[in-house]
Design a protein around this ligand. Structure first.
Ligand code: SF4
Ligand code: SF4
Length: 222
């Protein structure tokens, strides 16, 4: 899932300063799971904004709306009947959702209520951890199912770097060395032969270096 953190109330209030009619838009997917931008968080944020504005004797009207997804036009279209009543949209979806809303309503200012951070997993309630950087050419079959790009602080494809100590990363002593994890896992799987293989220099064009990526499935197109 995509993990995001809500911006501080101060940042949000600053962005909203010129506006009195706000459509606050949540999303029922990843940002709900990471408790950042779902229906509940939309309600909490709306209350915080109202309270702060009323303390400053400044009026504000906020409509709370949470869509199934903000990254699909069929759901974004649901706000079309009333979006015109609002000066601004404050979206608490991930960066993709925020941008897609902005693309669909080009005459509206769309503000980000969250900082989108990473693709990760839920370790336990309230704790999420990065697992993938969407490099576009997965090497997990070579690394015991542990991503060296997302989990090694230096994104080394062949490691460790020599700085790890007692299984911890030299960049952060609280961080497990990804390459130690990979070696341990390959040993468990009896696949240390894979560790002997040098992973070649990566073609980063499948990642960010090739510009924005697009995927087309001709078989699914209408
Ligand atoms: S190798 Fe690439 S696609 Fe696979 S988990 Fe790591 S970043 Fe994600
Ligand atoms: S210590 Fe391990 S995780 Fe940290 S940078 Fe070196 S190889 Fe990567």
């Amino acid at each position: 899932m995509i993990v995001a953190n809500r911006k501080t109330l101060e940042e949000i209030l600053n962005m909203l300063k010129p506006y009195k009619k706000v459509l606050l838009l949540g999303c029922n997917e990843c940002v709900t799971v990471c408790a950042t931008g779902g229906e509940r968080e939309v309600g909490v944020l709306a209350s915080e904004i109202r309270l702060s504005r009323s303390k400053d004797a400044q009026e504000i009207e906020i409509r709370e709306q949470t869509l199934e997804r903000q990254c699909d036009h069929e759901y974004i279209d649901q706000i079309r009947p009333f979006v015109g009543e609002y000066e601004v949209i404050l979206s608490v979806a991930c960066g993709a959702g925020i941008q897609y809303v902005a693309e669909k309503y080009r005459n509206k200012v769309v503000l980000p209520g969250v900082n989108t951070t990473f693709l990760g997993v839920t370790l336990e309630q309230g704790v999420w951890s990065e697992r993938c950087q969407g490099c576009g050419e997965c090497v997990l079959h070579l690394t015991g199912g542990i991503c060296p790009i997302a989990r090694c602080a230096k994104s080394l494809l062949n490691g460790p770097c020599g700085g790890s100590s007692n299984g911890k990363c030299e960049v952060d002593k609280d961080l497990e060395c990804a390459w130690q994890l990979i070696i341990d896992r390959l040993k468990e799987l009896d696949q240390m032969d894979k560790y002997e293989e040098i992973i070649p220099i990566k073609d980063w064009r499948t990642s960010r270096d090739g510009g924005p990526r697009k995927r087309v499935r001709e078989d699914l197109k209408l």
